[in-house]
Design a protein around this ligand. Structure first.
Ligand SMILES: Cc1cc2nc3c(=O)[nH]c(=O)nc-3n(C[C@H](O)[C@H](O)[C@H](O)COP(=O)(O)O)c2cc1C
Length: 342
């Protein structure tokens, strides 16, 4: 059961801003990178990628999934330095496995909290009743939250959507609130919406109202389509919520948690090199380097020669090659545009 002294959520100043859990994105390298380039006043909490409780409870399977929970020494350094909290996200359908996973995370790892994924809409996952499918089985969903709480003294939170085909925010959030989670993050879309229709923030507002009636202790965070801290602050005011979680906004602008900061082209390129180096140094052969490709267009866009540089980066296999390609480009670009670096 939760130790109230460990409920860090209560001690955070509002509004609470967090980086959303994203599979193949928010690994230890990316989380460190985001911390390094953010203003820590605007980034309070990080989440891991979602991790299977079936995997965590399986002797062999655990080896495969546990890398999602790795925190490198240098990430730990930045977490401590910036006082940023880190939460492990789990998913599954078996209360016993949630209990055992929560115990394992608490006893063997170094997280500040545990979050339960009740939002992922991906077919192969929901067909077995996990993640957003739990919106259809609220009794099981509640059992999972309570089993997790049994297994840990860390604060337990839930991340979810508003319904399956239609919004059922009132009933669904009321059900969840019965378990008294430390916080609920509501993505303002149904399972059916996937990521397509715009997020409906009025539903997030409804959750905040219900929370007031049913369990004022639970914090409510909104999620969906937020691209800046200014926009997040507007939502906090408008819907009376405790904070906002930002996901894809970090693809539009990796400096999203550093409002007002405008990195130079040279700094963008340096950041890309740093990102690939953190990834490569930490994972070596344990993760596919190709997952970094989605980031190239984030850093490399909006200047002449960007598409050619991206194409060259697509061919790279490790951080050394990335560095070489960028250095080569830099020489040409700054010669042509007659800009002196440093
Ligand atoms: C590439 C990608 C991976 C994601 N993986 C997870 C995940 O592991 N756990 C989770 O709860 N949500 C996951 N999500 C959903 C996001 O956390 C977030 O709820 C969603 O993207 C909406 O927020 P946004 O509009 O700010 O991106 C993922 C989203 C993306 C784009």
């Amino acid at each position: 059961m939760m130790n109230p002294d460990k409920n860090f959520w209560k001690g955070l100043s509002r509004p609470v801003m967090s980086l959303a859990p994203m599979e193949d994105v928010t690994d230890t390298a990316f989380r460190e990178l985001v911390m390094r380039i953010s203003n820590s006043e605007h980034l309070d909490v990080l989440f891991t990628e979602f991790t299977s409780t079936d995997g965590l409870c399986h002797e062999v399977g655990r080896e495969n999934v546990i890398k999602r929970f790795r925190i490198s020494d240098s990430e730990r350094h930045w977490l401590d330095k910036t006082n940023t909290k880190i939460v492990a996200q789990i998913w599954g359908t078996d209360p016993e496995k949630f209990y055992r996973s929560a115990k394992y995370i608490t006893e063997e790892m170094d997280f500040d909290g545990i979050d339960i994924n009740m939002g992922c809409p991906v077919k192969k996952i929901v067909k077995n009743g996990g993640c957003s499918a739990l919106i259809n089985t609220p009794e099981l969903a509640k059992e999972l939250v309570l089993a997790t709480m049994e297994g840990t003294d860390l604060p337990v939170t839930v991340k979810t959507r508003t319904g399956i085909k239609k919004h059922h925010t009132e009933t669904w959030i009321s059900d969840l609130l019965e378990t008294k989670p430390a916080a609920i993050t509501l993505h303002g879309r149904t399972q059916k919406d996937m990521s397509e229709a715009p997020a409906d923030w009025a539903e997030v507002g409804k959750a905040a109202v219900i929370r007031k009636e049913k369990n004022p202790e639970t914090l409510i965070f909104g999620n969906g389509d937020i691209l800046s801290i200014a926009q997040a602050n507007e939502k906090v005011q408008q819907y009376n919520i405790d904070g906002v979680m930002i996901g894809r906004g970090v693809f539009h602008n990796p400096w999203v948690f550093n409002p007002g900061y405008e990195p130079s082209l040279s700094e963008r390129l340096d950041t890309l090199i740093l990102h690939t180096r953190l990834f490569d140094d930490y994972w070596q052969d344990q993760r596919n380097f190709a997952v970094l490709r989605r980031f190239y267009k984030i850093y490399v866009q909006g200047f002449s020669g960007a598409s050619k540089l991206r194409a060259a980066l697509m061919q790279t296999q490790n951080s050394e090659e990335v560095k070489e390609v960028i250095e080569e480009f830099r020489k040409e670009y700054f010669k042509e545009s007659n800009i002196t670096l440093f």
